[in-house]
Design a protein around this ligand. Structure first.
Ligand SMILES: [Fe+2]
Length: 284
């Protein structure tokens, strides 16, 4: 069993790095950390970076997960390769550009790319954005899946990941007490489906709703409240068709007897307030 302790980072392909960086800083409210070669690093918390935008497309999408120590990392590598999953260590250069001690790569059955990392760096300086969106943390990622039950089984078999609810086949999965860290969305190809940042209050969600509307950013869902996690949310579209989400109030599961619940794959299972998603993966 591979014990994930945290989300480490995302790598996201961008057709135009300047445009991606400008949207991240001026619209989302992230801080640009650095630019190197064909990469731009941004963050909204104490991590070195939450997202590394790299020149390219969806084929560059990567989700990084942190494990606690070297022994966990070695056994994770051995466990996955023993079950026939192709795994490969990152090079020194790749370690350096990710700001991690070391890492290895693999694909899930859909073809999404993942990296298991050891000792990802924290920033020595506090997060200081140019736009005050109230972001407190990079918290979860939506992932496209061509077969949600199969991919859920992959995560629950090899990792300390469990479902906390389902909307249709779409599992809301977690490795800790936060209601979901990975949200699976049925789709016909791999890729990151959305990127979530928690904000400090409902006021931040609503302030951003008016701010983004005023800037004519495409709001794709919300403001609303998720029935499953209880989080109040706003989803909007950035460059390269990437969906970003602000949310506040995600359920923390501390009841050891909590059981996952099955909801129908309908708009009212996504939003308790009646907002309708304009997101292909959220519709039947
Ligand atoms: Fe989300």
């Amino acid at each position: 069993m591979i014990e994930i302790i945290d989300l480490a980072y995302l790598r996201v392909g961008a057709a135009n790095l300047d445009e991606a960086a400008q949207f991240a800083t001026e619209t989302i409210g992230l801080q640009e950390v650095r630019r190197e070669d064909d990469r731009v690093y941004v963050r909204g918390d104490d991590r070195d970076h939450d997202i590394c935008y790299v020149q390219g497309g969806v084929e560059e999408h990567v989700v990084g997960f942190e494990v606690s120590d070297e022994a966990s990392m070695e056994s994770a590598f051995d466990d996955l390769s023993a079950t026939g999953v192709e795994v490969g260590w990152g090079s020194e250069k790749e370690n350096a550009d990710r700001r991690v001690g070391k890492f290895f790569k693999f694909f899930d059955p859909t073809g999404n790319k993942f990296e298991i990392v050891l000792r990802p760096q924290k920033s020595p300086r506090r997060y200081f954005p140019t736009r005050d969106a109230g972001i407190s943390e990079f918290s979860h990622v939506g992932l496209k899946t061509t077969d949600a039950p199969r991919d859920e089984k992959f995560w629950t078999t090899h990792f300390n990941i469990r479902p906390n609810d389902w909307i249709g086949d779409a599992g809301l999965l977690s490795f800790d007490s936060v209601h979901h860290r990975i949200a699976l969305f049925p789709a016909d190809k791999p890729g990151i489906q959305h990127i979530n940042f928690q904000v400090d209050s409902i006021d931040d969600v609503m302030r951003s709703y008016y701010y983004l509307s005023d800037k004519q950013v495409h709001i794709v869902f919300g403001p609303g409240r998720h029935v499953t996690s209880g989080a109040m949310f706003l989803y909007y579209e950035g460059p390269d068709d990437m969906i970003y989400e602000y949310s506040h109030g995600v359920k923390i599961i501390d009841d050891p007897n909590y059981r996952p619940r099955q909801f129908p794959f309908t708009p009212d299972a996504f939003c308790a307030w009646g907002a309708k998603p304009d997101i292909p993966e959220f519709r039947d």
